[in-house]
Structure formats: C-alpha cells, structure tokens
Design a protein around this ligand. Structure first.
Ligand SMILES: Cc1cc2nc3c(=O)[nH]c(=O)nc-3n(C[C@H](O)[C@H](O)[C@H](O)COP(=O)(O)O)c2cc1C
Length: 378
C-alpha cells in the first residue's frame, strides 16, 4: 500500500545533499562520479593535471585533444591515468583530419567516455567508439539534432549555449535547455555555457538535466597549468568582456568564438578590413582571402594559455568568467558549487516553512492541502 504523508523540502544540509544526489543521480551513474559536474575540455588548459584534479575531487575531467596527433593523445591519456584512478573523458574535435585514428587511440587506451565536439560527428565515429566499448557524448545545438544524434547512437547529449567560452552557436543556454530538456528523456543531457554557481547547476537539474559542464570556472584552478597572465586576465574580467568574434562581411564567414576582448580582437577586425579591401580591389582571390582570415588566430590560444600572450593571443572565455574571482584548488571550486546548491535548497526549506498557504487560499489563489501532499519517498 502506498503511504501518503506531507512532503517538505529537506531542512538540513545532509537532507539537501541527499536531494541533490537524487536530482543528479542519472548523471552520476552515467559518468561514474560523485558529482555530475563535468570539467569541459579546454584546449591547452584541460591536460593531465587539471583533468586528474577534477576527477580526483569527485567531478568528471575531460581531456582536450585539440589538434594533437594520435600518439601524443595516447601519451596524455596514460599520463592522466597515472594521476587519477577515477573516470575521465576525452574530447575529440570532429574536424580533425585524423579523427578515425584518434577514436582508435581512445579505444586502445580503454577510454570510458568519448566526447565528440566541433560540428556534427560522422556516424562512423560514433559507431566505432561504441563498438570499442566507450560511451559517446555529442553536442546538440537544437532539439532535432539532439534526436538525430541519439538515433545515431549518442549515449548522452551536451547542450551548450552561446554564453560558453570557445566556439559557440547562436542560441543561449537557457533557451536550449527549455527546448531540449523537457523533450529528450531517453539519454542523459548535460547543460553547459554560462554556469558559474551551484544555484544555476541546481536550476538546470530541476529542469531535467542529468548534470552540468563548466569550463571557465576551472581555468584559475591551482592545478590548471594556464599561464599566470592568462589566469590574471580571467580574474580581472567581467562577464561583458567575453565577446563573440565579429564577422565584417558575409562573403567571408567567421566561426564565432567567445573570448576576452584584447588587442588581438582589434587586430582581427583590421585584418578582415584589409583582406576585404584587397579582395574588392581584385588583388586577392576569394579562397586566399578566406584562408588569410582563418589563419589569423592560428596558434593564438596556445600563445595565450601557455606563453601568457594576453595582448595578441586568444583569451577564450565564457561569460561566466565574471564569476571567477580567485585562484583556488579544484576541490574547493567543486565544493563551493555543491555548497551553493545545498544552501539554495536549505533556504528554500526555510522559505517554505514561513509560507502560509491559507493566506493565499483565502484570496482564492492557491488550492492546498496542509504542507502539500506527496507520495512517500522510498
Ligand atoms: C579556453 C577554452 C577552450 C575550450 N576548448 C574547447 C575544446 O577544445 N573542445 C570543446 O568541446 N570545448 C571547448 N571549450 C568549451 C568548454 O569545454 C565548455 O563547454 C565551456 O567553457 C562552457 O562554458 P563556460 O566557460 O561558461 O563554463 C573551451 C572553452 C574555453 C574557455
């Protein structure tokens, strides 16, 4: 027989943590972690040290393979494994000319989770990674694409909005979450982009997310090897400083990338103006002009992250950079996120205790039964 009793919000931190664990149980089970928080792969930043630190602290680190050769990736996977026995993933860029070999590397190194990023992944890459025993996660910029990826075999979806750092689509995280979370229930969905606090993690879990992915928040982790100047730029920046790259002429498309504005951003506009003028004057053909524009940022993220060239390098950052206020150990960053989610739940219980439903009922606004009636929690 089903027991019925008054259902209340958990009032203690222990109870709130249990509720949080309930909310993200699907994400935790999928990732094999204590927390359903992924450290989004960041090229040059998400190498062995940060990835292992995130996984060791209960989150899910993801190695960024960027433009690595397969042998280099194998070495980085092994080095990460030497630092952590916990699960972590590998992020592969689908446009990489050696994608197939990178997938084989992940299989040979027994990588448990492969994250396919940067455009729609070929169905063969999804199938092969799964056949090799990995769980496959794919990015979906719209519900129809999410559905198609699930049909192709994606085991989980990441929904990343335009607040995110790095390469972005046109739609915000909150709108994508509303479009996809209520509709896609057959696989776990992780939300990314613009998340910097535990309250936001909680909100997306309550909307149906299995977990969240954060990038910018981990750049200033003590274990992050990002150059001190790169970290300083993050600590100084406000949300509004992280802007998408600007395209001057539709004939010369620019892939939108969100980064902190610097001298390089200005230089990119001047480069485009110069190339467009030369193209209009018949001094350069369209293909060479496009290539010149595309090459402007080549190597620029590496220069910024590893060498600290914050003037002309690429300072990829999400709007959540405005919520990064100090350098701190990864474990503290994750604990802070969990604490913020727990505080939010406990405060809600307090609010609920102060709430007098009769007052509303007298005004005819709310129909209630004392305390709200729910089915017994098992
Ligand atoms: C410096 C930097 C580099 C990134 N590189 C990658 C990458 O190589 N592959 C990828 O899938 N996402 C990349 N991202 C996106 C992150 O994985 C993550 O989804 C994003 O940062 C989430 O938004 P947030 O920064 O607001 O938390 C990068 C982000 C940053 C800030």
């Amino acid at each position: 027989m089903t027991q019925v009793f008054a259902l209340r919000y958990p009032e203690t931190r222990v109870g709130a943590r249990r509720w949080l664990d309930h909310l993200w149980r699907r994400g935790r089970a999928f990732l094999g972690t204590d927390l359903a928080i992924m450290g989004g792969a960041m090229t040059w930043v998400s190498e062995r040290n940060l990835v292992a630190a995130i996984s060791n602290a209960g989150g899910f680190g993801v190695l960024a393979s960027g433009s690595m050769e397969p042998e280099r990736l194998a070495e980085e996977i092994r080095a990460t494994r030497a630092l952590t026995g916990k699960p972590f993933g590998v992020n592969l860029i689908t446009l990489h000319p050696k994608l197939d070999r990178l997938v084989e590397t992940c299989i040979a190194e027994r990588v448990s989770h492969v994250v396919l990023a940067g455009g729609l992944p070929p169905s063969s890459a999804i199938a092969r990674a799964k056949e090799g025993g990995a769980k496959v996660m794919c990015f979906a910029p719209a519900l129809v694409i999410a559905r198609r990826l699930v049909k192709l075999g994606a085991d989980a979806i990441v929904v990343e909005g335009m607040e995110a750092g790095g390469h972005i689509g046109p739609v915000s995280t909150s709108v994508l979450a509303q479009e996809i979370l209520p509709e896609l229930r057959d696989v776990p969905v992780f939300v990314a982009g613009g998340i910097g606090r535990g309250e936001a993690v909680l909100a997306y879990l309550e909307m149906g997310a299995a977990g969240c992915q954060l990038g910018s928040r981990f750049v200033c982790a003590t274990e992050s090897i990002a150059h001190a100047s790169f970290k300083k730029a993050f600590l100084k920046a406000n949300a509004r400083d992280a802007i998408p790259s600007v395209q001057l002429d539709p004939r010369f498309p620019v892939i939108p990338v969100r980064a902190l504005a610097n001298r390089g951003t200005q230089g990119f506009l001047e480069k485009q103006r110069d190339v467009i003028d030369r193209f209009n004057g018949g001094k350069v053909d369209q293909k060479s002009a496009q290539l010149e524009i595309e090459h402007y940022w080549a190597g620029a993220l590496r220069r910024a992250v590893l060498e600290g060239d914050v003037e002309d390098g690429s300072l990829m950052a999400g709007q959540s950079v405005g919520l990064v206020s100090r350098e701190a150990p990864t474990r503290e960053i994750l604990q802070e996120l969990v604490d913020q989610a727990i505080d939010a739940l406990v405060n809600r219980a307090k609010d609920f205790a102060d709430f007098d439903p009769r007052a509303d009922d007298a005004a005819g606004a709310v129909k209630f039964r004392s305390g709200g009636v729910g089915e017994a929690a098992r």
